[in-house]
Each structure stands twice: as C-alpha cells, then as structure tokens.
Write a new protein. Sequence first.
Length: 202
Amino acid sequence: MKTKILTCLLSLGLTIALPTASWADSSAKETFTVDIQVPAALRGFVPLHNPVAMPKVRLFTKDGEEVDLNKYHGKVLILNLWASWCMPCIQEIPALAKMQKKLEGSNVMIMGVNLEQTTNQVLKFLEKKKYEGFQTWLDPTVSVPSALPISGIPTNLILNGNGEIIAMVAGYAQWDAPEVAKFLKELEKKYSKLSFSAEKKL
C-alpha cells in the first residue's frame, strides 16, 4: 500500500507545481544566500534550516552493485531523483549529462537516482534514447521517497561533505545554464570538505 501511495504522489509532479518538502525551510533562503547567490535557473532551490543526516537508503549501480554513500563524503553530492515516465525529468537528462562531465575531477558530483522498480526497462530506456552517458544509480525499492517526504519529481537533494542534506531543488532546473556551473563551484568551496554539525545553521 505504501508503494502505491508514493507512486501516486510522485505522479503528481507531472501535472502540478511541487510543494516544498516539509523538512525544507524557505525562510532560511536569505541566510543561505548571504554569500552564495542562487541562480534563477535553479528557481526550485530551497535550503534546509539545519543539515539533515541522509537516511539509510538502498541504491544500486547499473551493474547491480549496492552503493555506499559514505564513499562520497568529502564531496558535494547532488542526487537527481527521476523516472522515465516523468517528462520534466527526461528533459533535464541531456543538460545533466553535460554537467556531470564538466564536473569530473571536482568535489561536486551529480548522480541520477531512478525511482522505478523495473530496472531492465530503465536500462533499455536509456539505451533507446541514447542517454548511456547519463550517470545514474537505481532505487528499485523506492527507498529514497520512502525515507524522506519527497512530494514529486524531479527533485534534487544536495548533500554536503559530511553526507548531510543541506538543500533541495524541486522541479525542472536548467542545469546547463552558465551561472549554474559557477554556483556549483561556490558550493564546492564552502560545503565539500568542511565539517558540519547537525546543530549548525546555514
């Protein structure tokens, strides 16, 4: 029953504006942007009032290996939640793939997280659409929206170097906009390797 409810809620992301997740605090935006200007291309950007520990989720590579998120500590990790039936998600993929390549060698990493249970169909979809260059993990048990109050997709979770969620981007974003690359570099400087406390506000 829980999976059916989540699927229904995620489907709403196709037709209505995504509401802010309950743990994101739009009032904190001014505090967050004192020294980092959020570009208009990321209009769905909302910071969290306090960093939130990423819950335990089960993600897998395309080859079926389970992902250990702890290995990505020391990086700003952006998890792009998507599905093949979500048109805004699909529209983002080419720009996301370009940004993934541009960020290689940096301490910022964007990784797709597919939320469909039919892994083989997802892989066939990527091959058919010639999106093989798009780096994505798979969440066949829909563990991310089960663990967090995600109300629709596409949604991007931004994690700091300690693996804590510090912000989200809800809805379609223009990832190939020049100002986005500059913004991600600023995130890298401030949030990749620093040590954060769950009590510390942004």
